[in-house]
Design a protein around this ligand. Sequence first.
Ligand code: UD1
Length: 433
Amino acid sequence: MENQYIIKGGACLKGEVTISGAKNAALGILAAAIMTDETVVIDNLPNVRDINVLLTAIEGIGATVKRIGPHEVAINGSTINNMTIDYDSIKKIRASYYLLGALLGKYQKAQVALPGGCDIGSRPIDQHLKGFRALGATVNIEYGMINTCAESLIGSHIFLDVVSVGATINIMLASCLAEGKTVIENAAKEPHIVDVANFLNSMGANIKGAGTDKIRINGVEKLHATEYSIIPDQIEAGTFMVAAAATKGDVLIRNVIPQHLEAISVKLIEIGATVEEFDDAVRVTADHRLRHTQIKTLPHPGFPTDMQPQIATLLALSEGTSTVTESIFENRFKYVDELARMGANIKVEGNVAIIEGVTELTGAAISAPDLRAGAALVVAALVADGYSTIDSIRYIERGYECFEEKLRGLGAVMEKISIDDERAVQKFKLKVG
Ligand code: UD1
């Protein structure tokens, strides 16, 4: 049964929230975990849908997956008996294509369905394939499948034509057991690239330079068991930072690496919010209407595209005219029409959203178009006057663990109910007044 959120806007978020492990780091790390025949234990795993789908795909190729707890898993890749990831898995979670790099690196062959475009635009994987070919693999696309194999993988010098998180991780995976030295130039520098590299190194890989645009990988013979704890989720943290600022709240966001949040903190401070940094926490407060600004999404350390809908929502309520330029994905403004239905004044021209700040949003029945846009609409509903319902929250659940519980813990007035349960809507309204 499909669920929706019902939200009564107007509460200032106050209190403390603890951030879960980084989904995008976990996706790379889980794929990497199959590259040894020894048992790998991974902790601080976010308990979200995308992770559970990838774990099912990993079980599907024969690896042993043992859930130790909601945030901890043990994986053993010695029982892998199938090198094929079908379209069903790829459709549910694109990042199952990390198993291409992992299987190719470990067994010199893999077959993975070619992912299509997605809600935020066309998403080619030519750079991943270019990397595999440079390592000596044959790559063919036939009948919707990518078939890769190699006699042996040989280290190579690879220059990425576009900065790609996925290609950087996939090439790191494929090359860490290759013969000799691989250099990835123009590599992505996101915190989760560093986390995947640290994880592989803890398994015995020899990867240097992750976090810079030149990653050097010296191939090793084999990888071994490890125990590893995933970094906190930068985007979940950023979403709570924006929610705190938008509701003129005061929120201490725990279990973060403040340095990973710099691009977000700087923009929040620029528009008038206060951000205090602690060792592993940030506190965001705002007690007045915020100001306009200009933002352009860029690869790390620039402003993350995964925070674009959330910050645009905040700017929709800030004084003056703001612009938000999306330079990574082509179709990432789909939430703007939903925001307009709540009273926002945003015009999209090409890849730029021109935002005239309004003083108030009003509640409406809206639909989450994708993961981050869905979270942004929840922030809008938290601020809006009156009631909102948000459906298609399955998108939000792909990447946010216990989103409504965490928001409720900060004072949000919201519940998760079934989409066709009119009685639950009435009950909620009666309860919250
Ligand atoms: C990852 C994140 C996603 C985030 C994005 C950008 C994961 C699982 N997902 O996605 O949440 O929004 O980084 O920070 O970590 N491109 C090519 N050819 C390629 C690969 C990419 O042209 O072979 C282009 C893409 O179309 C896009 C840009 O490069 O325009 C960046 O994409 P990329 O960094 O690869 O994003 P993902 O790894 O898919």
